[in-house]
Design a protein around this ligand. Structure first.
Ligand code: TGC
Ligand code: FAD
Length: 400
């Protein structure tokens, strides 16, 4: 029996925590967007997510709802399927989604920042009109193919390639670890041309020689579908090449957009874990006292809200810089690295506060913790972002 769309009766008790009154720095649009997405997550994600994660199934039916709450390309222009909002609104939406589940935020990150953004930024008008409204409305699902089996942290080494053949290119190669690939209608793929220059192209489902097998056996992001992209002499019309970018800075520019969203999103996962631990500490008694009355529990909770508050401020400042077009890739790396690491540590501490109950699906920490093991790896690993900061402050390149 399929459990698709079947909701549990579990109530989502989540309450937001804003220790430094950061809400006062937000405008009405931000708050409206946030409240709408928060409510949507409570109604549509929380009741089903444990079940989907348990079954390692992707709730693809949520794509339409994600589109309706404006989660796809919130800061892209409305006429191209986006939300026409600013970068802070984009960040807040990602935070609310990841409060529900990192996999749901992943669906939105990939669609908006890794598929719609490159088509908008690097595509021509015909490509924009053809794909963006359908992606923005959730009619099309997209994926982003950069990583290869032998080129993860070093995508510049990629071997996937295109060869000129009249009015087409012939694409060969393989991509690995691609979010949404098995369910995607289109893939934005990065490949080297005959001069070794990286180009972006749009590959459509059904093209001969193109397949997208699912990767099974993940213990992380179980409600997100991940797969490969395999290209065997796939004929790509020249009209599908993104004309306005070449070189690795093309995909890296998309990653900056998505990493920015993860910096905000991971705070959502941390908030959910903290919120659950705080509530549990006020309910559960041992030795005749509430857990929250013990100093050791207070230390855990006090440190959690301190780290969350620092991360919230980092996001707000980064968002302000992004709105001015001044957020540098290295600043984004610092926020992505810090906030994901913070969220992972908080998930572990919050799990401890719940004792044995913390390992069950009754509470969200284990799911967030396992998800965050992917989040700390994808979009640049924890150490790669450290090296980006190191290079920025010293001027010395420690890669390679
Ligand atoms: P490098 O020589 O440093 O730079 C080449 C050119 O690119 C520019 N650039 C950037 N531009 C925009 N945003 C960024 N983040 C940029 N980083 C670099 C740079 O200024 C330069 O421009 P120009 O004009 O001088 O040509 O390039 P490199 O090949 O040495 O690479 C550096 C390194 C290692 C930092 C980079 O390769 C890297 O970030 N590696 C990590 C790989 C990664 O993050 N992969 C992510 C795959 S996608 C994914 O994980 C999606 S998960 C989605 C989900 O489910 O949410
Ligand atoms: P490697 O690059 O092999 O790294 C292994 C280890 O070596 C890491 O700890 C790394 O930090 C370390 N290391 C590497 N180089 C150095 C160095 N110079 N100095 C010090 N340490 C180093 N990719 C996409 O293109 N599209 C997607 O949609 C996508 N979705 C993903 C979804 C999931 C669930 C996962 C797990 C990954 C996804 N990825 C995607 C791929 C992801 O971006 C890569 O896994 C990531 O960039 C790391 O590459 P790798 O796994 O090959 O690890």
């Amino acid at each position: 029996m399929s459990l698709d769309n079947k909701k549990s009766t579990k109530t989502d008790l989540y309450e937001y925590h804003d220790y430094y009154n950061i809400d006062e720095l937000l405008n009405e649009d931000h708050l409206l967007a946030r409240d709408a997405v928060r409510e949507w997550v409570k109604q549509e994600v929380s009741p089903i997510i444990e079940d989907y994660a348990n079954r390692a199934a992707c709730p693809v039916h949520l794509f339409k709802g994600l589109a309706e709450v404006g989660a796809f390309g919130p800061s892209l222009p409305v006429e191209y399927g986006g939300g026409g909002m600013d970068e802070i609104a984009y960040g807040i939406i990602m935070q609310e989604l990841e409060r529900g589940d990192s996999g749901i935020r992943s669906m939105a990150s990939v669609q908006g920042s890794l598929v719609m953004y490159p088509i908008y930024k690097y595509g021509n008008e015909e490509q924009r009109r053809k794909y963006l409204p359908k992606l923005g409305s959730g009619e099309f699902i997209g994926c982003f193919g950069l990583t290869e089996p032998d080129y993860g942290s070093n995508p510049s080494g990629m071997i996937t390639n295109i060869k000129n053949d009249g009015d087409s290119y012939i694409l060969n190669g393989a991509k690995m670890w691609i979010t949404n690939s098995p369910v995607a209608d289109i893939a934005v793929v990065w490949a080297k041309d005959e001069e070794g220059i990286i180009r972006g192209l749009i590959v459509e489902k059904g093209m001969k020689g193109f397949s997208a097998p699912e990767i099974h056996g993940k213990w992380s992001l179980r409600a997100s579908v991940t797969g490969e992209l395999v290209f065997e002499d796939v004929r790509i019309p020249k009209a599908n090449i993104l004309p306005n970018v070449s070189g690795i800075k093309g995909p890296l520019g998309c990653l900056s957009k998505a990493r920015y969203g993860i910096a905000w999103g991971s705070v959502g996962a941390a908030l959910d874990c903290y919120d659950s631990a705080l509530r549990y500490s006020k309910e559960r008694e041992q030795f005749g006292k509430k857990l929250g009355e013990f100093q050791l529990t207070q230390k855990k909770l006090a440190e959690m809200i301190t780290e969350i508050t620092k991360a919230q401020l980092l996001c707000w400042r980064l968002g302000t810089l992004a709105n001015l077009g001044k957020a540098t890739p290295a600043q984004i790396s610092m926020a992505k690295r810090n906030n994901v690491d913070m969220a992972l540590k908080i998930a572990r501490e919050a799990r401890q506060i719940h004792g044995g109950m913390g390992i069950t699906g009754e509470y969200p920490m284990m799911r967030h913790m396992m998800n965050l093991e992917s989040v700390i790896t994808y979009e640049g690993t924890h150490d790669i972002h450290l090296l980006i900061t190191g290079m920025d402050v010293t001027g010395f390149n420690a890669f390679g």
